[in-house]
Design a binder for this molecule. Sequence first.
Ligand SMILES: [Mg+2]
Length: 197
Amino acid sequence: MPKARIMIVDDEPVFRMDIREMLTEEGYEVVAEAANGEAAIEQAVRARPDLILMDVKMAKMDGLKAGRIIHQMTKIPIVILTAYSQAQLVDEAKAAGVIGYLVKPVTEADLVPGIEMALAHAARLRELDKTVERLHQSLEARKLVERAKGLLMERFSWTEAQAYERMRRHAMEHRVTLEDVARRVIQEMSRGGGQRA
Ligand SMILES: [Mg+2]
C-alpha cells in the first residue's frame, strides 16, 4: 500500500525541514508545505493531502482557525503539532476537525504511529459518515413511500396493501425505484391530478 501524502504547516523552516526528512525517510510523500494558516488553506485545497500536520502558534492565522476552515472545505484530517497539551486547546482542536496531536519536539518514534493512527481514525470516521448518509437516505425514501401510499389510499379508497402493490408493480414495470414512484405520486397528487401512479 502506498504511504500517505502529507502536508506540513509550521512557521519554523527548520522544523518543517526536519519533519520532511523524517517523513520522506519513512516513505511518506510530502506534497505541500506552508508557513502560516492562510497559506495552509490555499495549499490544502490545491494539493489535497491525505493528512495535514499543523502547527498551532503561527503569525497571520493560527493553526486551529486554519484547521477549522480546511476541515469545513475539504474534510482532510488534521494532526496538530503543539508545544504543550492544554485542556482549552483540546476543546478548540475538536471543533477544528483535529483527530490527533503530536507534542513538540516531535521524534521519529512518535511521528509514524501518530500519523498512522490518525489516518486509521479518519478512515473509520469516513465509513461512519457514509453509513449515516445511507441510513438517512433510506429513511427519507421510506417516508416518501409512506406518504404516497397514504395519498393513494385516500384518493382511491384502497387498502394499504393495495396502494403498496400498485406502487410496487409500477416500479417494476417501469424499472424505477419505489422511491421514484412515490415521488411521482406525491407530485401528481399535489398538482391535484387524479391519475394513477
Ligand atoms: Mg509555531
